[in-house]
Write a protein that binds this ligand. Structure first.
Ligand code: PHE
Length: 357
């Protein structure tokens, strides 16, 4: 007859070794050491034994029990560490993978030019100012010495808006010059402001858009002369176009709100489009000494204060600086165009010093 203890021992160790996961191992434990397990059954037979037999059989069964419990513990520890390793492997994050590229946008050329204007004029003591796109007729025309039937109104192809409860129409501002009036009414001299912003005219072709941008400039103080206007704008143009000896000429012109008025041209080569080269002239800015009537309209005594004003097209100077051929491309929101002509958001706005010739 075979020894029941030895048989159970052999079978139990085989079952423990075969258990592939903690649940299977637990089933083995129950089958041998559980309440109705095979080892427990052996212990129950002790009651019917006597004397020496009982003592030695009892000791052998206990040794079997302790041995199996140790083998179960060992197997459990092994299965757990295998499971842990598998989990670590499955959940491993590969930090050597290159990061997914994030697409950065670019600053629209119009915005970048406005940042440059703000920086360049800022260095000369100007503050940038803002104003409404929908403007009162009086700010856009009347206060600027442009009376009701003045031909300058027709020249500007104005968008008129019906305004409830008003007998005068509102307009989409045709230039940034109404901010001359708003500024002079709102603050006392000395004044040094620029006003970059949207302007509107009912005009649409390759070189005109119904919505475009201008930048106005206004300086009011005691003893301001044409020499200040010239010095300021020549310095600005040289700095903006990054050409230290850029030639500029002042050509007599007419604006109702300045007297005298001047258009400023810069040297360029018409054939190649190169700024600062060649013997052609390119119109770039309108300017003049603020008309005494305009000062008076704003409650400023023209005998005490003088000043100059200027205005330029932001698209125009942007196209010239960056060689952008078509005005309409500014508003098409074509990401390829923006990627090409846009500025990096990380690149600082540079402040170029224009130097005297
Ligand atoms: N407002 C004028 C225009 O739109 C430009 C200008 C501004 C001229 C200031 C002189 C002084 O054409």
């Amino acid at each position: 007859m075979s020894d029941p203890i030895a048989t159970i021992e052999t079978e139990a160790h085989a079952a423990i070794a075969a258990a592939a996961d903690p649940a299977a191992l637990d089933a083995v434990r129950v089958a041998f050491l559980g309440k109705s397990g095979r080892v427990t059954a052996l212990l129950k037979t002790l009651g019917s034994m006597d004397g020496e037999a009982r003592k030695s059989f009892g000791a052998a069964v206990n040794a079997l029990k302790t041995g199996l419990a140790a083998a179960l513990d060992q197997r459990r520890a092994l299965l757990e560490s295998v499971a842990m390793e598998a989990q670590l492997k499955a959940e491993r994050i590969d930090i050597t993978l290159p990061a997914r590229p994030t697409r950065t946008g670019s600053i629209h050329p119009i915005s970048r030019t406005i940042e440059e204007l703000t920086a360049l004029f800022g260095a000369m003591g100007f503050t940038a100012k803002d104003g409404p796109d929908i403007e009162d007729d009086w700010y856009n025309f009347g206060a600027l010495n442009i009376p009701a039937h003045h031909p300058a109104r027709a020249m500007m192809d104005t968008f008129y808006l019906k305004a409830a409860g008003r007998n005068r129409p509102m307009v989409l501002r045709t230039h940034t010059s109404p901010l001359q009036i708003r500024t002079m009414l709102g603050q006392t001299p000395p004044i040094r402001v620029i006003v970059p912003g949207r302007t509107y005219r009912s005009d649409h072709d390759a070189t005109h858009s119904p919505m475009f941008h201008q930048c106005e400039g206004l300086v009011i103080d005691r003893g301001i002369t044409l020499a200040h206007l010239k010095g300021c704008l020549v310095d600005f143009l040289r700095a903006y176009f990054e050409i230290p000896d850029l030639k500029a000429r002042f050509r007599a012109s007419y604006f109702p709100f300045t007297e005298p008025s001047m258009e400023i041209d810069i040297a360029w080569d018409r054939k190649t489009g190169t700024i600062g080269a060649g013997s052609d002239w390119l119109e770039i800015l309108g300017s003049g000494m603020v008309h005494p009537n305009v000062l008076a309209n704003c409650g400023i005594d023209p005998r005490e204060y003088q000043g100059f004003a200027f205005g330029m097209g932001v698209e125009r100077i942007t196209m010239l600086k960056h060689g952008i051929p078509d005005l309409r491309s500014f508003y098409e929101s074509d990401v390829r165009w923006l990627a090409h002509y846009g500025a990096s958001p990380l690149a600082p706005v540079t402040l170029h010093e224009g130097s005297a010739p």
